[in-house]
Design a binder for this molecule. Structure first.
Ligand code: FUB
Length: 322
């Protein structure tokens, strides 16, 4: 079955997708034409609001737009750039986690709360204490919730070591361990971290050691997502400057995860970003590309396709050119 463009009338990216109350809810970034030139800092991703979409038939059904659910102008601590968000449900309330630069141009992660998966979401007055960088993705595991986050370059992860800002932000040398994504358990009120974030280590299956910073074809760059299948945890992510979606498999939400392969080869456009869900017995990959905008990397369009596993539980690699 061919991939489907989900929202042909607008530019949406970075889909975080969940099933709430039997229905599929899509929480994307909302791309727009920016006055900023394209640069390595990502200034051209100058998004200002979020919409929520839903459906009960992923490949063929109507995609309902529930409208604008959060605007940067309503966030008290806002500077600029609403990047990839995610939403988690607990006890009938819905918590949207969003990365946004504060008034010092530093990415923090904020929370906004709603009584329905359709929003609208009301933001808290301050970002989450101890939060940094971008791309929050939340895994619900029984009564506990784990947030994965982080992104290199414009996502500012290289500014931090051991959860503290360093004086001279820098990437690691090629022969050092790759800078990892982070994982943190959320507090029972869902509004703060319950602990210090920990590194999400991706191991090389050959050496049993961390992937190296110079292993650009396989190491983490941004766009964390975790799904569970057959008792295993699949940590998937973008390799950034090599434009691949890759994954690694672990036995618990904290990892470590063992590198397992490529999910999607490069799409048209610089960024690649996704989520994976099971719905009505089938698995789906939600992602984006820039074909409809003629390759403008800041004007991305949402896509979905079916995802399959082989008998050993490995994801069958797909082409981003399809
Ligand atoms: O949409 C802005 C940024 O681009 C996201 O936060 C990254 O994951 C990349 O997709």
């Amino acid at each position: 079955m061919k991939p489907r463009y989900l929202i042909p009338g607008d530019y949406m990216a970075d889909p975080s997708v969940h099933v709430f109350n039997g229905r599929v809810y899509i929480y994307p970034s909302h791309d727009r034409q920016s006055e900023f030139e394209e640069n390595d800092n990502g200034d051209h991703f100058d998004m200002k609001d979020y919409h929520v979409f839903s459906t009960d038939d992923i490949m063929n059904g109507e995609i309902v737009d529930h409208g604008k659910v959060l605007d940067v102008d309503d966030i008290p601590w806002a500077g600029r750039q609403l990047w990839d968000c995610d939403v988690a449900e607990k006890d009938g309330r819905y918590y949207m986690y969003f990365p946004l630069k504060d008034q010092n141009d530093i990415f923090r992660i904020g929370v906004a709360v709603a009584d329905s998966p359709e929003g609208p979401f009301v933001p808290l007055a301050d970002p989450m204490h101890g939060s940094y960088s971008i791309d929050p993705a939340v895994l619900k595991e029984g009564d506990e919730y784990f947030m994965y986050f982080g992104g290199l370059w414009g996502g500012q992860l290289q500014r931090y070591r051991d959860n503290k800002a360093i004086e001279n932000p820098h990437l690691m040398p090629d022969e050092a361990d790759a800078l990892p994504s982070r994982v943190v358990r959320l507090a029972p009120d869902m509004l703060q971290f319950a602990e210090e974030p920990r590194p999400v280590v991706v191991l090389d299956p050959e050496t049993g050691k961390s992937l190296l910073a110079g292993d650009n074809e396989r190491r983490f760059f941004e766009a964390s997502w975790v799904h569970k299948r057959g008792g295993k945890y699949y940590f998937s992510y973008s390799t950034g400057d090599t434009h691949r979606l890759c994954y690694a498999i672990g036995d618990n939400p904290y990892g470590p995860f063992v590198y397992a392969g490529c999910i999607l080869t490069p799409v048209v456009g610089w960024t690649t970003h996704h989520s994976i869900i099971e719905y009505k017995g089938e698995w789906y990959l939600f992602y984006h590309d820039c074909v409809p905008s003629g390759g403008k990397t800041w004007l991305r369009s949402l896509k979905v396709r079916k995802l399959e596993y082989d008998e050993s539980g490995h994801i069958i690699e797909m082409s981003g050119e399809d």
